[in-house]
Ligand binder design. Structure first.
Ligand SMILES: Nc1ncnc2c1ncn2[C@@H]1O[C@H](COP(=O)(O)OP(=O)(O)OP(=O)(O)O)[C@@H](O)[C@H]1O
Length: 243
């Protein structure tokens, strides 16, 4: 069964000029008739992609090639400029760890909030909260605001929530490299469970050995385009040979 379908997806984003946006300067340039639209760059596109239920897909490519952007489009965090995205089932994105948290509110409230954002009810999340806290080893921090946690703890919390809620589609962006050694081992064990069942997993990784050994398929992205998609070992070899 098909769970993800991207048809002719493209995303244009503003370049660095957006980040140095200055209202006064903009107004002045409009008055002086010198205003020009900020430059935009094609960061993804056009991409066609079909993912079947249960596939474990590794996404590889150079820095800045568009891997995270692709995951954000699939997760619904970014809307494409053109094209269509269809996703079937609960998606748990673990992209910018902790980005979905409200740092001012407690760990417990964040668990409830995050779960609701993922489409689960508050009651359901309350029932799951204990096992999430246990896995993240944050039982003593339930009432502490997230801003009081270390970045490693925030990463553990994100991983614990996203994987505890048993999503249909798990989206991971280099998250397996966070946490200390003992937590990494726990993550690996939990990931193995996902690997064994019907969940669909998309994982961005620079760990090519992991992609080769653990993924069914790999997608190589370069400059916003899918260069190759196929058997993981073959894709990794093509990518390595191109370097
Ligand atoms: N918020 C943003 N606004 C505009 N452009 C962005 C933004 N975030 C990323 N980009 C641009 O989009 C392109 C793709 O970035 P993306 O983060 O998807 O790459 P990546 O393949 O995941 O890289 P890495 O391996 O370094 O994590 C890059 O050229 C980057 O400069």
């Amino acid at each position: 069964m098909e769970v993800i379908r991207l048809d002719q997806v493209a995303l244009w984003r503003r370049t660095q000029e957006e980040f140095s946006y200055d209202l006064k300067k903009t107004m002045l340039s409009i008055l002086e008739g010198k205003y020009r639209q900020p430059a935009k760059k094609l960061v993804l596109g056009t991409v066609d992609l079909v993912v079947a239920q249960g596939e474990k897909i590794g996404i590889i490519g150079a820095n800045g090639s568009g891997k995270s952007t692709l995951l954000k489009i699939i997760s619904g965090i970014l809307q494409p400029t053109s094209g269509t995205v269809r996703v079937r089932g609960h998606v748990a994105p673990l992209i910018e760890l902790g980005a979905g948290f409200d740092s001012e509110i407690s760990v417990m409230d964040n668990i409830l909030l995050y779960g609701v954002l993922l489409g689960f009810s508050r009651t359901e999340m309350k029932e799951r909260a204990q096992s999430i806290l246990e896995f993240a080893e944050l039982e003593d921090y339930a009432l502490v605001p997230v801003k009081g946690l270390s970045s490693g703890m925030v990463a553990r919390l994100g991983f614990a929530i996203a994987t505890d809620v048993q999503p249909d589609i798990l989206i991971l962006d280099e998250v397996l490299s966070v946490g200390d050694e003992s937590f990494k081992n726990k993550c690996k064990q939990r990931m193995d469970k996902f690997w064994d069942d019907n969940a669909t997993v998309l994982v961005v990784s620079h760990d090519l050995e992991f992609v080769k050994q653990s993924c069914h398929r790999a997608i190589w992205i370069n400059k916003g385009k899918i260069i190759f998609s196929g058997n993981a070992a073959q894709t990794v070899d093509y990518y390595l040979n191109s370097l």
